[in-house]
Write a protein of this length. Structure first.
Ligand code: ABC
Ligand code: CA
Length: 486
């Protein structure tokens, strides 16, 4: 699937080991132990209704290839990022036919499969790695890796004052002496060709629709041009940094990046009433003028509030209104929204590994407030797109913004976001919101009607500091299940 095929979709991200078991059982799963808990691809198939019911039409699954077996000082490789052999699958999650069954089940529902892939390194349980016995060709020799050196915190650039050392970021090693992440020699043309063939083969073998590329900033940028062409589908790169000027250039080599630059002010902006939403607005405006190959388009970024590397937002504030505002953001922002599994169940896990809870422990309940919130947000986005065929290519505009509130518009969707929290009831007065005079609107978050004034403006009160996400009632009607009682 191409960038434009992906444009209107929204992605549910999960760690296969922690999402669903094959037989529907609920084994205990203590995140602090870092062990395999029992999730599988067959388990995922059995829970596609749960995902689709929230309005998601794509999944991003954790890496699928064979990882280090057994324990390390950081536990087992349940997350899938410790590749031992990229030519085999991780049997903990199932067989090749199980992975194909997942792909088929998704496609039958009109959903897409995104697979997480690690190209930068292979992992090892000892330092130095036992290259010849641990790895298979072409990696079973020391010369397939850059000479061992460890990436230091000071190698990462922190513009404008510290340029860092990008060569070290690309050619030294992640991990540490407990679990070295042996850095593949991606300067060797044979290994480069291996990866280009490998990804083309992955796409074909498992009918993959898109990739999330791990550690993209740890390989030289021009490696990615032909890599993504060989993949033949949309790829979103993980460039973990909080500077737009550092992340932006990667969109010239990859079709999209994870929206890390915006994630930082997103989290700090909605964390408490002292947060600064102006910083979020500033970053979005920077990304809009920096991303893409000269032209900014909606499929260049994928936005998220949580992922497997960061403490969950719900663990940092208990204010449900703040959580709902922050959750709304990726659905309102340009590009493609991603929601990390467990957010909808109110999970609160802290830093890795606590943020990798088993979802079966929640019972997959669907009458939870944040499950319904996700449903509403997906429905609003689809409704807006059904009324405006150019919706996904339109850049988000800010009608108003301050440290504590944002009025963001992408016609016919209008988002009123606040960080004042559940004890507040902010008043909104948007004199030119672009609606028809007296048009009937719906706030999908509260399922209440709002009527535009005679100039197409909007005045409304957000009860309990909740976000308001407005779309024309006529557009929402077309797309179904949300706010049907209106
Ligand atoms: C394990 C244990 C942890 C333990 C750790 C040392 O080892 O679980 O408890 O602390 C996988 C597993 C992890 C595992 C690691 C290492 O492997 O999931 O559980 O941790 O063995 C990707 C994936 C991630 C995955 C890997 C490895 C890479 O999303 O899940 O981890 O395949 C760097 C990489 C980034 C990577 C991340 C984990 O490490 O760039 O791709 N994620 C700075 C650097 C970043 C760096 C980050 C964290 O620190 O710039 O490059 O990410 O080390 C901002 C700055 C940022 C700065 C942040 C912290 O602050 O602008 O630049 O990031 O202000
Ligand atoms: Ca590298």
């Amino acid at each position: 699937a191409t960038a434009s095929d992906w444009q209107g979709r929204s992605i549910y991200q999960f760690i296969t080991d922690r999402f669903a078991t094959s037989d529907g059982s609920s084994p205990p799963c203590d995140t602090s132990q870092g062990q395999y808990c029992g999730g599988t691809w067959q388990g995922a198939i059995s829970k596609l209704d749960y995902i689709q019911n929230m309005g998601f039409d794509a999944i991003w699954i954790s890496p699928v290839v064979k990882n280090l077996e057994g324990n390390t000082s950081y536990g087992e490789a349940f997350h899938g990022y410790w590749t031992q052999d990229p030519t085999q699958l991780n049997s903990h999650f199932g067989s090749a036919s199980d992975l194909n069954a997942l792909s088929d089940a998704l496609h039958k529902r009109g959903m897409y499969l995104m697979v997480d892939i690690v190209i930068n390194h292979l992992a090892a349980p000892t330092n130095p790695p036992q290259y010849t016995s641990l790895y298979s060709a072409p990696f079973n020799t020391e010369s397939s890796f850059h000479t061992e050196c460890w990436i230091n915190a000071t190698d990462y650039p922190t513009p404008p004052w510290n340029p860092g050392n990008q060569t070290r970021v690309e050619q030294c090693w992640l991990g540490d002496t407990n679990v070295p992440l042996a850095d593949i020699n991606t300067e060797d043309p044979n290994l480069v060709q291996f990866w280009y063939n490998w990804v083309a083969n992955m796409t074909k073998t498992y009918s993959v629709d898109g990739y999330r590329i791990d550690t993209a900033k740890h390989i030289r940028q021009d490696f990615w041009t032909e890599f993504q062409a060989s993949a033949g589908v949309w790829c979103v790169g993980e460039v973990l940094a909080n500077q737009t000027e550092y992340v932006g250039p990667y969109t010239k080599f990859l079709p999209a990046v994870l929206d890390y630059p915006t994630w930082y002010p997103l989290v700090s902006g909605f964390m408490n009433p002292q947060g600064n939403l102006s910083a979020l607005v500033d970053t979005v405006q920077q990304t809009q003028s920096t991303y893409g190959n000269g032209s900014y388009s909606g499929s260049v970024i994928a936005s998220f509030l949580e992922n497997q590397d960061q403490p969950r937002f719900g663990g940092q504030t208990s204010d449900q209104a703040l959580i709902k505002n922050a959750m709304a953001w990726p659905f309102v922002q340009d590009g493609i929204p991603i929601m990390y599994y467990g957010q909808e169940q109110g999970y609160t896990g802290g830093a890795d590994p606590a943020n990798r809870e088993a979802l079966w422990l929640s019972g997959y309940e669907t009458d939870k407030p944040l499950v319904q919130h996700a449903q509403a947000l997906n429905a609003a986005r689809k409704a807006a797109a059904s009324a405006n065929s150019n919706f996904y290519n339109t850049s988000l505009k800010f009608i108003e913004s301050s440290a504590s509130q944002i009025v963001a518009s992408k016609p016919p969707l209008l988002a009123l976001l606040t960080n004042q929290g559940s004890s507040s009831s902010p008043q909104w007065t948007v004199s030119s919101a672009g609606y028809q005079p007296n048009e009937d609107l719906v706030d999908v978050v509260s399922c209440t009607k709002v009527t535009a004034d005679s100039n197409g403006g909007v005045s409304a009160t957000a009860q309990g500091g909740n976000p308001m996400v407005l779309v024309p009632a006529s557009a929402l009607n077309k797309s179904g299940s949300v706010c049907q009682s209106l």
